[in-house]
Design a binder for this molecule. Structure first.
Ligand code: GDP
Ligand code: MN
Length: 402
């Protein structure tokens, strides 16, 4: 689960990570009030207005309706309201969103931390993630912060520092010092970076996250180290023991079909193709998607209705698949092991009748216990549903339907 920058910064702050302070706002008036408050709290007179969406690249992104960038600087308190109005309610398109972009419902009014001083402010990159290959956590850092890190990884892999951390032992002091040293830091900035890394790692572990990305981490002109941006991805499987984090979920940022499927207990992932798939079991679902591709189609989704598929779950799956306008055919591929095929067939027919007005052909492949009885129920239903027993038959049916 992803959370917004303003939420992530609050969470990090709770673990002692220094952040660029800010106050979230939903209207231009609130944005102005936030700036007044922030000025009282931090003394800042320049403000950064940051669109809150679950995607990066906002600084270079553009609001479709107004042409504003997704991150803008206001050098006067009086400008905050108008500049926020050009972002709030608009559609932000960045390299990480689709071409349609994402609606901005909130902005973060943040203090300007790039103020002049004894040294130049300098941007770094830092992330912590799970490295499945080594079964450990890895801190990645770079002096090339603020920019597209994928580009750095591609063209200058030597500029990415990696430090692996054994989760059983935890981050050791020397490891944090090593990273700070490799980033070229000394003196106060080095000490601050070591503290920053320690707090960041504690936050990563404490929140059961699978990925943190802080880009940029800023060294201010007076040698403070702080998080200017924060991308936090919490492991969905840990949400049951992270109730406070679970509350931060923003459904407006998620695919509505995936949210609906989650509520019905279905394992659904929306894809871009034209053949809707409903399958019991994740492995069979993957194989079915391969089969759809081989028959010339593209899967419109991954949908695992689970081992105990019944008329209710089949109907819920149907409804979700049918809401996707790209779907030209639906393939149901169920192995009747625990559930008998005749029961699934009845479930399909019931769901079909209950939904009514289904305009796309449905191919049902039932295999396993009572497969022949199941096929007969489908064939006798008089509905636009076709049965298939072998995978090959099902593939041919799909091909004919496209
Ligand atoms: P992203 O583009 O979605 O990754 O958003 P970021 O939070 O990383 O902000 C984008 C850019 O805005 C940063 O790389 C900075 O260059 C700039 N920025 C952020 N905060 C400040 C600030 O306090 N002052 C100034 N002058 N620029 C800032
Ligand atoms: Mn960023």
């Amino acid at each position: 689960m992803n959370i917004h920058e303003y939420q992530a910064k609050e969470v990090l702050k709770g673990y002692g990570v220094r952040i660029q302070e800010g106050i979230v706002a939903s209207t231009p008036e609130e944005a102005h009030e936030a700036a007044v408050k922030l000025n009282a709290q931090t003394g800042t007179s320049w403000f950064v207005i940051k669109a809150q969406i679950h995607a990066g690249g906002r600084g270079k992104g553009e609001i479709k309706e107004t042409g504003s960038r997704g991150v803008v600087l206001a050098k006067k308190l009086e400008d905050v309201k108008e500049k926020s109005a050009a972002i709030l309610g608009g559609t932000l398109v960045t390299i990480q969103t689709t071409a349609e972009g994402k609606k901005v419902n909130k902005v973060l009014i943040a203090e300007d931390v790039y103020y002049p001083g004894a040294s130049e402010p300098k941007e770094y990159y830092m992330s912590i993630l799970l490295d499945r290959a080594t079964g450990s956590n890895v801190i990645m850092a770079s002096t090339e912060g603020g920019m597209d890190i994928e580009e750095v990884a591609e063209n200058h892999p030597e500029k990415i520092i990696k430090e692996w951390i054994d989760p059983k032992i935890g981050l050791q002091g020397f490891q944090a010092r090593k990273v700070a040293f490799k980033l070229g830091l000394s003196g106060t900035a080095h000490k601050e970076m070591v503290k920053f890394i320690g707090a960041l790692y504690a936050a990563y572990i404490g929140t059961d996250s699978s990925q943190f990305e802080i880009n940029p981490v800023l060294k201010t002109s007076d040698d403070k180290i702080l998080a200017v941006d924060a991308k936090v991805n919490v492991d969905d499987n840990a949400l049951y023991r992270q109730p406070k984090l679970a509350e931060l979920r923003d459904l407006a940022e998620e695919d509505p079909l995936e949210v609906e499927a989650g509520e019905s207990g279905l394992n659904y992932v929306k894809l871009d193709g034209n053949v809707g798939c409903m399958v019991n079991g994740a492995g069979l679902a993957m194989a079915t998607m391969d089969m759809v591709k081989l028959s010339g189609g593209e899967p419109a989704n991954f949908l695992d209705v689970g081992g105990g598929a019944n008329a209710t779950s089949v109907e819920a799956g149907f409804r979700i698949i049918l809401k996707d306008p790209n779907v030209k055919a639906i393939l149901i591929n169920v192995f009747g092991g625990i559930v008998r095929c005749d029961r699934i067939a009845n479930g399909v027919v019931e769901a079909y009748k209950s939904i009514g007005d289904i305009r796309v052909p449905i191919i049902v492949r039932l295999q396993g216990t009572n497969a022949a009885e199941g096929a007969k129920i489908i064939d006798d239903s008089g509905l636009k549903v076709f049965s298939a027993i072998t995978l090959k038959e099902a593939a041919e049916r799909v091909k004919a339907a496209l």
